[in-house]
Design a protein around this ligand. Structure first.
Ligand SMILES: Cc1cc2nc3c(=O)[nH]c(=O)nc-3n(C[C@H](O)[C@H](O)[C@H](O)COP(=O)(O)OP(=O)(O)OC[C@H]3O[C@@H](n4cnc5c(N)ncnc54)[C@H](O)[C@@H]3O)c2cc1C
Ligand code: SF4
Length: 318
């Protein structure tokens, strides 16, 4: 690990200001992703701004009847929250499917959204990776890309986003709230938080330098049957090969977001509109134009079967 300096921020605005003061500074929350990357020298910040003292660790109702989740709420607390379990069970289920109990005790809401890809070549510093070293190439393209993206990718990068929580939040129409050093705030629909890889896969989000995530908000609960189905190589403690976050209403309408297929949680309005027609129609819309390799072609039929099982189960319960 490279040497770095360290300070603790007392408020969100103070954290944002502290980050701007030092070039190559980073926020650190639970540290469960950033510290690993620093040990491997994939991330080499010269200064860490510890945000664990800024508060923002509460889950509160919004005036609109939804929920505001503070950026520092730990994954364990969010999954166990009574209101989340009752009104947004999809979120609870996605959270408990991720990582391990110990990791979830540390991991925060904002840190989870901003965790970096698990592309094996990103972690192997002997390999070419445009995301790690811009312009160096992409070893995954002709390599073993079984876990990687089949939609939304570019010739420069086929990485997937690893967060389970983000897939559920996308299906639930979450919005990310931010502040900067001047106290200016923004509300960013989750879908617009993540950039397409294009020719600059090292630029992953639409956040400005120093912009600090303060909360994630959810709209009023929508009810329905809510299912998070994660398919992985081991029964626990493994990232998704594919995952399906589905909300199914009694009349067959609903929403579907996919994990493990793209650089961000993957959802399309035309796929939601196709819900009453069944899994084949929905997945046809979601994965239109998919580019697969011999290693990851299995993902498309796997998603369809997973969604088919969810819809059949929801129909049986309706
Ligand atoms: C062995 C292992 C298995 C795992 N398995 C899974 C899994 O199955 N599913 C899954 O979803 N995840 C999994 N994870 C990932 C884990 O969920 C993330 O590491 C965790 O959620 C990151 O949160 P954190 O608070 O520790 O983030 P940190 O590591 O502290 O930070 C991550 C990034 O977020 C930035 N950041 C943090 N807070 C803010 C803020 N408020 N505003 C702006 N930027 C901020 C940091 O600068 C950093 O770039 C696994 C991790 C490990 C180590
Ligand atoms: S897919 Fe992206 S993260 Fe993986 S090696 Fe290629 S550029 Fe790097």
């Amino acid at each position: 690990m490279k040497a770095f300096s360290y300070e603790r921020a007392g408020s969100a605005r103070e954290a944002a200001a502290a980050l701007l003061k030092t070039p190559n500074a980073k926020f650190i929350a639970g540290g469960t992703n950033l510290i690993d990357l620093m040990k491997l020298q994939i991330e080499t910040p010269t200064h860490l701004v510890d945000v664990n003292g800024v508060g923002l660790d509460r889950i509160e109702p919004t005036e609109e009847g939804g929920l505001r989740i503070g950026a520092l709420v730990r994954n364990t607390d969010l999954a166990a929250d009574k209101v989340v379990r009752r009104d947004y069970p999809l979120l609870s289920r996605a959270l408990v499917s991720g990582a391990s109990g110990q990791l979830r005790n540390r991991a925060t809401t904002a840190g989870n959204l901003l965790q970096r890809t698990r592309c094996p070549y990103f972690y192997d510093t002997a390999q070419a990776c445009n995301k790690r070293v811009p312009g160096s190439g992409c070893a995954a393209m002709e390599g073993f890309n079984r876990t990687l993206a089949i939609v939304g990718a570019s010739p420069a990068c086929i990485a997937t986003h690893p967060s389970d929580m983000a897939v559920a939040l996308r299906a639930l129409d979450a919005t990310v709230e931010t502040t900067d050093a001047e106290g200016r705030t923004r509300r960013i629909p989750l879908d617009l938080l993540y950039r397409a890889p294009g020719t600059t896969p090292h630029l992953e989000t639409t956040l400005e330098r120093g912009e600090f995530i303060t909360a994630v908000t959810l709209p009023r609960p929508v009810g329905g049957t809510q299912v998070y189905h994660k398919v992985r190589d081991r029964a626990s403690y493994a990232f998704a090969l594919v995952s399906v976050a589905a909300i199914v209403q009694r009349d067959g309408s609903g929403a579907v977001a996919l994990g493990g297929v793209a650089h961000k949680p993957w959802r399309k309005p035309e796929a939601d509109a196709a819900m009453p027609q069944g899994a084949k129609a929905v997945v046809g819309q979601l994965l239109a134009g998919a580019k697969t390799s011999e290693h990851n072609a299995f993902k498309a039929p796997l998603v369809e079967r997973a969604l088919g099982a969810i819809l059949a189960d929801a129909r049986a319960r309706a």
